[in-house]
Design a protein around this ligand. Structure first.
Ligand code: ZN
Length: 462
């Protein structure tokens, strides 16, 4: 064989082989890739399913941890969710890339990745809507890529408008008093949501997640809660009112960590839209009801943001490598953000773990609770805080804590059994993690009307 022919063949081979890792993955391919990563890193990964889609496809999660399948006390749980809108596919591919990257770098003893995997339990759900994806990918193959083809699940439902609306209750409580966290699910919630949503709700109730991101496309911006506008005040074209959570400065920082570690998100001008610092409060962009990030914040201990990662919802395969390089550092840095603020154990005098103890920070009207192992995690920016732990039948304990910019501060609580007969006052009254349901009562009529107005004004979203 002549040299020229051999070079030509090698080039051809390279062209055929090289892009293998940067390609779109249909469902079977996605499942194979998850198991491939698991086989390459069997001691620090686990594949599990959280349920099935309408069409029966498993919603697979790849977990990274030095003890897969086990919650180690004081080791935070963090998650990434991709492809909730079936036609927004970059997140799905980035999460597969991230999985391969974490595995490979762990094997290479990259100290940063070893530290991350050993100190964090990472859950990656590359596709929350595998049915929608197949519709979108098939349309793509036939070049009939409508803007919304494959967005919804197989029942035609937008999964990011399908979570129980807890905002109405929190806005009511903020005004009139009432629990500021772990708002209970409505009666019959299972009958009101799609199978994919139900699977995710059960998932986020069964792990004590601390931090999360939900990966979308159609814009380039890091979007933080609330998504649902408190007031429908129109400020110019399709703008609604900024609706901050009590953790607004923290959420802004989390969003900025992503946008500034991202190749171009922080520049602000993307896809013909402008967002200062590449971040936005969800409601001030456009209001949406029953979204996943608000639900995480209002029903669990998890702080979730929504990442819009590409102008084109279904980028060409050739762009995947550039997108990966633009997102890689941001995806890692965001995971590392779970290690800030305070964390610790809540125990009684006999060192028994106290589950569902409430941790309140004065000045921030949003409490978190201890998990099944008695450990709690409270993300906080650097500063000095007054922190109180309470549990039914125990006296509250209050401490002053100074949080630095680095590692989280360890703050343990040992609560004494209350001697007074009256039950201790507990800010988040009916706030138990599990199972409590809302009284039939409330959704004030004004709020219901407002919601209808919002629905009418929603633009076709990212
Ligand atoms: Zn989306």
């Amino acid at each position: 064989m002549s040299d020229l022919v051999s070079i030509f063949l090698q080039l051809l081979l390279f062209k055929l082989v090289a892009p293998v890792t940067f390609r779109h993955h249909r469902y079977d391919d996605l499942v194979r890739t998850l198991y491939k990563v698991h086989n390459e890193c069997p001691h620090v990964t686990r594949v599990y399913s959280i349920g099935r889609s309408v069409k029966g496809r498993h919603l697979y999660v790849l977990e990274f941890s030095d003890y897969p399948g086990i919650h180690e006390p004081l080791e935070p749980e963090v998650k990434y969710v991709g492809n909730m809108h079936g036609n927004e596919v970059l997140g799905r591919e980035l999460l597969l890339q991230l999985s391969e990257f974490l595995c490979e770098e762990f094997r290479n003893r990259n100290q940063r990745i070893v530290r991350l995997v050993e100190g964090t339990r990472i859950h990656i759900l590359p596709s929350m809507n595998p049915d929608g994806y197949e519709v979108a990918a098939a349309a793509q193959d036939r070049d009939i890529s409508g803007y919304l083809v494959g967005r919804n699940n197989a029942n035609g439902v937008d999964l990011n408008r399908n979570f129980p609306d807890l905002n109405t209750y929190i806005y009511y409580n903020e005004k009139n008093g009432g629990p500021n966290h772990h708002l209970p699910l409505p009666d019959n919630w299972k009958n009101q949501v799609e199978p994919e949503t139900q699977a995710v709700i059960q998932w986020i109730r069964s792990f004590n997640f601390v931090l999360s991101a939900n990966l979308h496309g159609g814009a380039v911006v890091a979007n933080y809660p609330y998504d649902k506008s408190l007031e429908h005040r129109v400020r110019g074209f399709r703008r609604t009112a900024n609706t901050p959570t009590p953790d607004d400065t923290l959420f802004q920082k989390l969003a900025k960590v992503y946008s500034y570690a991202h190749g171009w998100m922080h520049q602000g001008w993307n896809c013909g839209d402008y967002f200062p610092d590449g971040i936005t409060n969800g409601a001030s962009w456009y209001s949406l009801s029953k979204g996943m990030q608000d639900f995480n914040y209002l029903h669990t201990n998890c702080f979730e943001i929504t990442l819009e990662l590409s102008c084109d919802k279904f980028p060409r395969q050739e762009e995947l490598q550039r997108e990966w390089l633009g997102n890689r550092e941001a995806l890692i840095q965001f995971l590392e953000q779970v290690h800030q603020g305070i964390k610790g154990m809540v125990r009684d005098e006999n060192y028994n773990n106290l589950v569902d103890a409430v941790i309140s920070v004065s000045g921030i009207n949003h409490d978190v609770t201890s998990g099944d192992h008695g450990d709690y995690f409270r993300l906080l920016l650097p500063g000095t805080y007054t922190v109180t732990a309470t549990a039914p039948k125990f006296d509250p304990e209050t401490v002053s804590v100074t949080v630095g910019p680095g590692e989280p501060k360890l703050v343990n609580f040992q609560l004494k059994r209350s001697t007074s007969p009256a039950a201790p006052k507990r800010r988040g009254a009916n706030s138990g993690h599990r199972g409590r349901v809302l009284p039939k009562k409330v959704q004030p009529r004004a709020a219901r009307k407002k919601e209808m107005m919002m629905k009418q004004s929603q633009r076709v979203p990212a």
